[in-house]
Each structure stands twice: as C-alpha cells, then as structure tokens.
Design a protein around this ligand. Structure first.
Ligand SMILES: Cc1cc2nc3c(=O)[nH]c(=O)nc-3n(C[C@H](O)[C@H](O)[C@H](O)COP(=O)(O)OP(=O)(O)OC[C@H]3O[C@@H](n4cnc5c(N)ncnc54)[C@H](O)[C@@H]3O)c2cc1C
Length: 325
C-alpha cells in the first residue's frame, strides 16, 4: 500500500523573482521541481522557510530525500545538526501558489533597521535576496490527506467576520478577504508602516478593508505623535468601529465576560485558534505583534464580552525577540 504524505514536507526551491510591492513589502516568488505538488488550500496557510546564510550555505534537511519527505522527519534532521550548522527557519504565509507553474509567492516584510538591534536572519536575507538564491520551503503537500493543516482561519458558519492585523498579517488577510464566500461580510483592519504600503486587494460584496498607516501619526495621551506606536491605530480603529456594529456580535457576547489568562508574551506563545465559533454569528481573527494581539484580544473578550471561543488570535512575532524554533 502506498504511504501517505505528511501534511508538511520540505521542498528544494530557488528564488525566481523579487518584486518590491511597497517600501516595506517584498513579494518573493520561489520555484522548484517539486512545487508542482504544493498544497494550495490558501487562506492563512503557513509555511516555513529555511534560509541560506550570507555565503549561500544551506543545510541538508532531506528536501531531496524521498524517505525523509514521506516520514516527515525534516525537522528532526534539522534539530540533529550541530547548532552552528542549522540554517534559520522562519514562518510565513502562502500569498499565492501556482503548482501548475511550480511557483509560490510569499509577501515578506522588510523591517526598518532598529537602532542597536541587528536584523533577524529573514530580514537580513530579504535585503540581499536575489534570483537563484536557494532555500528550503516547508509546506503542505497536495497528496496529503490533511490539506488544511496550518490554517487558523476557521469561521465556521459565522457571517459577520472581523480581521485585524499588522503588516506581517497583511498577506494572510488579503488572501482570506479575496476568497470570502457569498453571504458573509468581513471588516478587516490592517496596520502598515507607511501610507505607501497600502496594497490593492479585491474585496467582494459588502466587505471592507481599512488600512491604517503608522506614518500618519496619531493622538495619544501625550499629544500628537508623528509616527504612531505599533498597534495603537488598530486599537483606535477597532474601538471606533465596534459600537456601530454591536448588532453583528449579537449572540456572541456573554453576559459575564470570559476570564483570560495573563499570558506573558515574552516567554509564552500567544496563540489560539478555536475550531469553530460556538455561539452567535460572529468570528474574529487577530494576528501580528504579540503584545498588540494580546491587547486587541483583551479588548474584544474582556471589555466587549465576546465569547473567547469566537476569537482566533496569533502572536506572529514579538518586538525585540527572535522567532522561537
Ligand atoms: C503563522 C505566521 C505567519 C507569518 N506570515 C508572515 C508573512 O506572510 N509575512 C511576513 O513578513 N511575516 C510573517 N510572519 C512573521 C515573521 O515570521 C516574523 O516577523 C519573523 O520574526 C521574521 O524573522 P526575522 O528573522 O526577520 O526576525 P527574528 O530573528 O525572528 O527577530 C529579530 C528581531 O527582529 C524583530 N522583528 C521580527 N519581525 C519583525 C517585524 N515584522 N517588524 C519589526 N521587527 C521585527 C524581532 O522583534 C527581533 O527583535 C508570520 C509569522 C507566523 C507565526
């Protein structure tokens, strides 16, 4: 009997195109012989990129080894390497996949250099990324039984949808919004570094994407700030939007708000994606910087009273911390 393919497997890939979408967003198109088998469930499906060192070195995680691919042991092989030989692995979202052309698009954020803080490996690689660079993509396989692995967008039958995220969540939000089924209405808020980072996205029906740009500034308790702190514009936009849309939340609001654990976003992963909204007709999805995600979730669950099981939240990255492996 043929062995089943695991949900995720490594693919050998090279950079085919590097397209600057905006000052802070770069679309990298990867190609590779095996990408014809890439699973294409879309939405917010995540992948891993194993990135080369500045001298182009890429460790062997078995991306060309059928046994490793089938056994799903690429990560064990990576872990077994001496630390100095392990290439960095970072998480991204499939922005588009065209298996018939063996192509995969990933929209990657080019962080602004931070005084006194070196770039992370992905940001550093992105600055120098060039056609022909070798990487390993760890992604879904179309032949696997579990084609929806790595998807956290699970609104069930809810018809009123809310998406909130920073620039790292923009690829996922754009993909989700573009694929909304008829009969649902989504409101998305996306925060980007500058007005020039606002992207064109096809928004079906009565759904709406509202972009907020940190370089537009904002009013805080300390007065006007020319560059808004990360996440504050999202909080303000959500706080202004909610009172006018409480009817969308009907049935999803609890008389006594749920208690939330006090997650330490510096040491713990802030992540929960409920399987299905349990009550009402409302579903929220929040992703981005972990401290911001924690505040937005608190606002929805503790202040507004939304049932916690109707809110998916993903701390994609943490200010000042490298991604954990
Ligand atoms: C499920 C999932 C999907 C994701 N999808 C995408 C995607 O499609 N596109 C995308 O660009 N990112 C995406 N991310 C976020 C991305 O994985 C992180 O930003 C990652 O930390 C970048 O790696 P790095 O090597 O540049 O930085 P790291 O080595 O992880 O961190 C080094 C330093 O850079 C800082 N840093 C990390 N990310 C940012 C940032 N965005 N802005 C400012 N400073 C930062 C860290 O706080 C740290 O101080 C996703 C993350 C997850 C978990």
């Amino acid at each position: 009997m043929a062995r089943a393919y695991p949900a995720y497997r490594p693919y050998e890939a090279v950079v085919q195109r590097v397209l600057r979408l905006s000052p802070h967003l770069v679309r990298v198109t990867f190609t590779g012989e095996d990408l014809g088998c890439l699973g294409t469930a879309g939405l917010d499906q995540r992948i891993k990129l194993v990135l080369p060192t500045p001298d182009g070195r890429l460790c062997d995680v078995g991306a060309d080894d059928h046994e490793t691919i089938l056994a799903g042991t690429w990560y064990a092989r990576w872990r077994a390497l001496p630390e100095a030989e392990r290439n960095p692995v970072r998480t991204y979202t499939v922005r588009a996949a065209r298996p018939e052309r063996r192509e995969l698009d990933v929209d990657m954020v080019l962080h602004d250099p931070h005084p006194g803080r070196p770039d992370g490996p992905a940001a550093a690689w992105l600055r120098r990324a060039a056609v022909g660079d070798r990487v390993v993509v760890v992604g879904p396989d179309a032949r696997s039984a579990d084609r929806t692995a790595g998807i956290d967008w699970r609104p069930g039958s809810a018809r009123h949808l809310l998406l909130v995220g920073d620039e790292t969540a923009a690829p996922a939000i754009c993909s989700i919004v573009e694929s909304l089924r008829p009969g649902v209405t989504a409101q998305a808020f996306v925060e980007v570094p500058t007005g020039a980072d606002i992207l064109n996205v096809m928004v079906p029906g009565r759904s709406q994407v509202t972009w907020v740009a940190r370089d537009a500034g904002c009013v805080t308790a300390q007065g006007f700030q020319a560059v808004a702190p990360h996440g504050l514009l999202l909080q303000q936009a959500l706080a202004a939007w909610l009172p006018r849309h409480m009817s969308h939340l009907a049935g999803a609001v609890r008389p006594t708000p749920d208690e939330l654990d006090d997650v330490d976003v510096d040491t713990e992963l802030l992540w929960d994606a409920p399987l299905d909204p349990t009550t009402g007709d409302f579903y929220a999805w929040i992703a981005g910087e972990a401290g911001v995600v924690r505040s937005l979730r608190r606002f929805l669950v503790s202040d507004v009273g939304v049932d916690r099981r109707n809110v998916a939240f993903m701390g994609y990255w943490r200010q000042g911390r490298a991604e954990r492996q």
